[in-house]
Write a protein that binds this ligand. Structure first.
Ligand code: ADP
Length: 642
């Protein structure tokens, strides 16, 4: 069946046409005005210059009266008895008729009123006052010009207002309304077109799914719960690092329950106008209640839900955000537990949220999502491999999961897509294993830049640098196993070493130290071989310094500082200027950090000095082959002792 696309589903005429109609009316009005003005011109007084006026009118005493308009133009009325005078006839009896034109008959531009009066007086010297020309002054314009002068600004204001309401009004809302600013910008997915996302599309996250299934059941059959006197949570907050599937989970809830789904981002509440946020919250809840049962999904709720007053010192208490938050709290308190509106919110900064938001009765259920572990990653790969056209070697999701520790669900989705793009670039009709490996490398280290210009000396330095990393990490058993090392430039870096991080939650002090040594391996190798260091170790040094500070000041690994942690989980950034330790302790921390890194550097240097032949051999291999794999290292250094 053919559908009329111009009509909205609710049957209202589309606004576009209405707007076009307005433009037609405006155009017609302008045309009419122009027509009248033209007409007015044709019967307007004939312009005359002073010389002609003096010679033909003043000298003959033909003028009956003169009206000075706005101090600029003198409009001259000729005596009626001169209507048949050959000079005046054309203006007094236009179009050859008998009717005398009432005037004004001539218009004379005058420089200034004073000079005009003086000239007039001079010309009429000696005349009796009753014979002198009657002189009047008036301030007048044509009625249409008058009309325009007040209509135009009004029309301008009207259009300005329309533009503003149009740009701030909600997409679906009534943009003619002056209150369009305060409309919520949430997009609504109707029941019929709710996302087809179901729990099957969400891999892993079993506990989280279990929690939200209850909500789905409630939305499907609220009576079972209400008849038992049970109350369903009004709000569920989903906390987790970016890309762990928070939005996906919320969509799956809506998809499973088959209810309308309002989704918006927390930052959409906050506008530059005061009061807009609060009114948007009100509008959102009003719309939601109309559609109940339904789900409101607020992404990045920390944009509005940040602790009130915490940042007052820096940002000068953001009243607008606070009033928005207050309104949100009020609305959440306001609707009945069983009204069928459930608010899902997502954030990756739960620590920033206002405690009032998290108390029971508001967002009383919290779901924590973590980065997926190896089995969950395999499950996510399985979901995202489904739409791809695979071929060639068998691609095991578990193999890919093992290659991608620390990756989020979004990263995995991205890798699958990148793999398909790599296959397309190869003009292949299927996606193969190598495409996945390339995609993983690309996500980890950036795209290969094979044609980056690097001088042979630089290449040699890079080879030694990477060989240094590889050898030190190979010989220290607590460092993650090396997969490969390459001197092909990627992204910003000139070379890279790939490790396969192990899935572990705890790291000992020695693990930290050994990882520091591995990171310093590049610089140490450069120093040993070339006798001078280069700027290429910047990233390594940054990492090492941060790790060292963490070891000393956070994890209490340092003997001299003792088992003390200056880490403050509650406020990571707010109190950045207030150090929780004395100057002496600060100095001691700095000294210890220097010592820790210095020791690690020395250890690295001695390892490399002991294995100088292997270092040279590996660097040579790298220069020849560009990429060296684990197997080559095994040949060179023997199996890794674990
Ligand atoms: P966020 O937590 O930042 O809201 P999203 O839910 O937007 O993350 O996830 C982004 C994308 O990552 C999703 O569209 C989906 O393709 C993929 N993804 C994330 N987690 C999972 C998962 N558990 N199962 C399947 N796909 C996932």
């Amino acid at each position: 069946m053919q559908q009329d696309n111009g009509r909205k589903e609710n049957g209202k005429a589309p606004r576009r046409k209405f707007r076009a109609g307005w433009w037609y009316v405006a155009a017609a009005l302008v045309a009419m005005l122009l027509y009248f003005l033209k007409d007015y011109r044709s019967s307007s007084p004939r312009p005359i210059i002073w010389n002609d006026f003096e010679k033909n009118i003043l000298a003959r005493h033909a003028a009956d009266s003169i009206d000075v308009i706005n101090g600029e133009v003198a409009e001259v009325y000729i005596k009626n008895e001169l209507a048949d005078d050959p000079f005046f006839r054309p203006v007094m009896k236009p179009r050859g008729g008998q009717r005398i034109n009432a005037g004004p008959h001539y218009s004379l531009a005058i420089g200034s009123v004073e000079s005009f009066e003086r000239k007039l007086d001079d010309a009429q010297k000696g005349l009796a006052p009753e014979n002198k020309i009657k002189l009047g002054y008036s301030k007048s314009t044509h009625p249409f010009i008058n009309l325009i002068s007040w209509l135009l600004p009004l029309a301008l204001l009207f259009f300005l207002w329309r533009q503003l309401t149009k740009s701030y009004g909600s997409p679906g809302g009534d943009s003619m309304s002056p209150f369009g600013f305060g409309r919520s910008t949430a997009t609504l997915q109707k029941k019929e077109d709710t996302s087809n996302v179901t729990f099957n599309d969400v891999a892993g996250l079993e506990e989280a799914k279990q929690e939200v299934k209850e909500i789905v059941d409630f939305l499907k059959a609220p009576d079972i719960y209400t008849s038992l006197g049970a109350k369903i949570p009004r709000g569920v907050i989903i906390v987790g690092p970016p890309g762990t599937g928070k939005t996906l989970l919320a969509k799956a809830v809506a998809g499973e329950a088959r209810v309308p789904f309002f989704s918006l981002s927390g930052s959409e509440f906050v506008e530059m106008f005061v009061g807009v946020g609060a009114s948007r919250v009100r509008d959102l809840f009003r719309r939601a209640k109309e559609e109940a049962p339904c789900i409101i999904f607020i992404d990045e709720i920390d944009a509005v839900g940040r602790s009130r007053g915490k940042n007052a010192f820096f940002s000068g208490a953001n009243d607008e955000r606070e009033s928005t938050l207050n309104q949100l709290l009020t609305e959440m308190d306001g609707f009945g537990t069983n009204s069928g509106v459930i608010v899902l919110a997502a954030t990756n900064r739960a620590d920033m949220l206002d405690p009032a938001l998290l108390r029971p009765g508001r967002f009383d259920r919290h779901i924590y999502l973590e980065l997926p572990d190896i089995t969950e990653r395999a499950a996510i790969f399985k979901v995202h491999l489904k739409p791809l056209k695979l071929g060639g070697e068998m691609i095991e999701p578990s193999f890919l999961a093992a290659q991608t520790p620390g990756f989020s669900g979004a990263d995995i989705a991205n890798i699958c897509n990148e793999a398909a793009l790599f296959a397309a670039r190869r003009k292949s009709s299927i996606v193969e294993k190598r495409d996945f490996l390339d995609a993983i490398d690309r996500v980890v280290a950036g795209l290969e830049k094979k044609n980056k210009i690097i001088s042979p000396e630089e290449k040699k330095r890079v080879a030694y640098h990477e060989a240094g990393h590889a050898i030190v990490s190979w010989l220290l058993r607590r460092v993650d196993p090396l997969v490969k090392v390459s001197i092909i430039p990627r992204g910003k870096s000139l070379g890279a070493a790939w490790y396969l991080p192990e899935e572990r939650q705890l790291r000992t002090a020695e693990t930290f130290t050994e990882n520091m040594c591995a990171a310093l391996g590049g610089r140490a190798a450069e120093e040993i071989v070339f006798g001078e260091v280069s700027s290429g170790a910047l990233d390594d040094l940054e990492k090492v310094t941060k790790e060292a500070y963490r070891m000393v000041a956070y994890y209490g690994f340092d003997r001299k500082i003792g088992p003390i942690s200056f880490y403050d989980s509650a406020s990571s950034t707010e109190n950045a200027f207030q150090k929780p330790y004395s100057e002496d302790t600060g100095r001691m921390i700095d000294e210890e950090v220097r010592k820790v890194t210095g020791d690690a550097y020395q250890r690295t240097t001695s390892i490399l000095q002991q294995h100088r032949p292997e270092l040279d051999a590996l660097a040579k291999q790298l220069l020849e082959k560009e990429t060296v794999y684990k197997e080559d290292l095994e040949l060179l250094l023997g199996r890794r002792v674990l």
